[in-house]
Design a binder for this molecule. Structure first.
Ligand code: ATP
Ligand code: MG
Length: 268
């Protein structure tokens, strides 16, 4: 998994990251991938239950991607079978007027995980240096200071016991075209089509530049970014699931010790 991790202070050029890569499962495919994912789902289920039972660690998974990048599908498939108790999804849309009346981290901090919980951010505070930058929603003098705030904010969370994993789902322009077209062609997918996605698509290059800055400036020891090849959905799911599992395994989660001898207890 390390191959997808962005080392701190590297200058990321997304052209050098292949969205079609499948080197971890070179002879995988849709069918094999689905089967392999079932096994990972089962492992994740067990780990999440222990995490919840121990109620010590907090886990924050941040998902970012271009439109149609697959955030929703990743959440649905990777967390399939996991007990919804103890896992929450927080989606960050256009800020409300109350949210806009506060600093940009205000709404985010309210949603971070409590002990024993996993919280998945579907979009995040990174929008405040992505869409906000691309659309000049605040001046450069304001957004350019945010990388530093974000690193400090995430460091604070990490110091206070939160494990942070940041995932960028990397698709290319052709793949986006296919996915947008599918939303037009397949009646069941029409609801997902948002005409505004077409004007955002025209700004692809600006978004890539903004993402490259995010990935270069905010991948840290305490909150690393992973760039996931995401043109193939099955591969994307396997890699994301594997990263989460590996991270949870690294936490050495222990089921709580009981202060009685279960064998000594006889139930009438
Ligand atoms: P998604 O596109 O994430 O699957 P969706 O299609 O359900 O979600 P949208 O309304 O398209 O809903 O997505 C949320 C929108 O909110 C995105 O266009 C995103 O850029 C925007 N957004 C999120 N955070 C901010 C922010 N801080 N400032 C401005 N816009 C934001
Ligand atoms: Mg959308």
């Amino acid at each position: 998994m390390e191959r997808y991790r962005v080392q701190p202070n590297t200058h990321v050029k997304l052209k050098e990251w292949d969205p079609n890569d499948k080197s971890l499962f070179p002879d995988g495919g849709k069918k094999k991938g689905r089967k392999a994912l079932l096994a990972l789902n089962a492992r994740l289920e067990v780990l999440q239950e222990k995490l919840y039972a121990e109620s010590k660690h907090k886990v924050l998974l941040i998902l970012q991607a271009m439109d149609t990048g697959g955030k929703d599908g990743t959440i649905r498939h990777v967390f399939e079978g996991v007990n919804p108790q103890g896992v929450q999804v927080a989606s960050f849309k256009k800020p409300t007027s109350i949210e806009l009346a506060h600093d940009y981290l205000w709404r985010v901090h309210q949603q971070v995980p409590a002990k024993g919980n996993i919280v998945i951010f579907n979009r995040s505070h990174y929008e405040d240096v992505l869409v906000v930058r691309v659309h000049n929603l605040v001046p450069k003098s304001v957004w350019s200071k945010r990388y530093e705030h974000i690193n400090a904010f995430e460091k604070m969370l990490a110091d206070e016991g939160t494990t942070i994993i940041k995932i960028f789902l990397h698709i290319d322009l052709d793949e986006q075209k296919e996915r947008l077209q599918a939303r037009l062609d397949e009646p069941d997918k029409n609801w997902k089509f948002n005409p505004a996605d077409l004007s955002e698509r025209k700004l692809w290059g600006d978004y890539i530049k903004a993402y490259e800055d995010v990935l270069s400036k905010t991948s840290t020891e305490w909150a690393p970014w992973y760039i996931i090849p995401a043109n193939r959905k099955w591969y994307r799911n396997l890699v994301v699931a594997s990263i989460i599992i590996k991270t949870l395994e690294g936490l050495n989660i222990q089921l709580p010790k009981v202060d009685f001898d279960p064998k000594a207890i006889h139930i009438e």
